[in-house]
Design a protein around this ligand. Structure first.
Ligand code: MTE
Ligand code: MO
Length: 291
């Protein structure tokens, strides 16, 4: 075998490996951290300072630039994540328990329904690994996710015009998809408080509001959970919230997005660029009706 063939094979193998990682079929540990960050995605990672200082986190403030400061002293230790699977099965997980599952580094796009976006390198576990450790054949149709309620520490929660705690839901197959993460790190550091420390959900093909921060409770349920935003305004924020440039928000178009730190908008991609991986979850579902 000559050197050229060798190199071609190597490149091919790396390419396949990267594809497998990007699809969530292999842990990104199969690649070096740097490759996992940039090459699997071909996306430019957003600068950390932008991601840390422009946040949606209504528990603290509706002013995105004020969240970092207000969340600075948020107490994340000790932390318990409670998982309720029927009346009989309740389990508590510490952060240490969560971190003991296989860890993954994944760089994902995050697309806020408001029209801005970021590319963030997360560290976390696949939610599926946690779910399947509790119930290897989950029968419930949905999972309901709840954030912490701590109005003494979270000044925004003293406002009563929001249905606290912040709540979201996923269909079980969405929750079990390998792309769905529970993140506890970003940029190779602990998750910042303003970004949802100590644990948050990350569902990269859905609008950012589905990626709930400061997760404390997951409930298995057969009833489709009403997320906080769909409770407030069901005509604007649906249960699915799959990123979709073809379905405008009632008050603005979703065709484009402004990446944090940039001055030019870029086209928004169906399923936020994860169409190949997740479109099959939705089969014939009319995504204009089920937005
Ligand atoms: N608990 C909680 N989770 C939340 C929110 C929130 O207000 N409270 N905002 C959501 C919205 S609208 C977006 S776009 C993302 C923003 O994540 P980031 O600030 O880390 O970029 O978090 C989501 N998760
Ligand atoms: Mo958002």
């Amino acid at each position: 075998m000559n050197a050229t063939t060798d190199k071609t094979l190597y490149v091919k193998r790396r390419h396949l490996l990267k594809q497998a990682v990007a699809l969530g079929l292999l842990p990104s540990a199969a690649l070096s951290a740097k490759e996992a960050e940039s090459e699997t995605t071909g996306m430019e990672v957003s600068s950390k300072s932008h991601v840390l200082h422009y946040n949606n986190y209504y528990e603290f403030s509706t002013n995105k630039e004020a969240v970092a400061h207000l969340a600075k002293n948020f107490n994340v230790q000790p932390w318990q994540l409670e998982i309720v699977d029927g009346d009989q099965n309740k389990k508590q997980f510490s952060l240490k328990d969560i971190k003991s599952f296989t860890q993954h580094n994944r760089t994902y796009r995050l697309r806020c329904v408001e029209g801005w976006s970021a590319v963030i390198p997360w560290t976390g576990i696949q939610l599926r690994d946690l779910i399947l450790s509790i119930d290897s054949k989950p029968k419930a149709k949905y999972l309901k996710f709840e954030s912490v309620f701590r109005p003494t520490e979270m000044v925004g929660q003293r406002r009563e015009n929001f249905p606290w705690p912040y709540t979201e839901g996923l269909r079980m197959d969405e929750a079990l998809h390998p792309l769905t993460l529970l993140a506890f790190g970003m940029y190779d550091e602990e998750l910042a408080p303003q970004c949802g420390a100590p644990i948050r959900l990350v569902v990269p093909w859905k609008y950012g509001f589905k990626s709930l921060k400061a997760l404390t409770k997951i409930t298995f349920t057969d009833d489709q959970p009403a997320g906080s935003w769909s409770q407030i305004s069901p005509g604007e924020y649906g249960f699915y919230a799959n990123v979709n440039p073809n379905v405008p928000h009632p008050r603005w178009s979703q065709r484009k997005e402004l990446p944090l730190g940039q001055i030019r908008k870029i086209p928004t991609l169906p399923f936020n660029g994860y169409e190949k991986e997740v479109a099959s979850l939705y089969g014939d579902l009319d995504l204009r009706l089920y937005f």
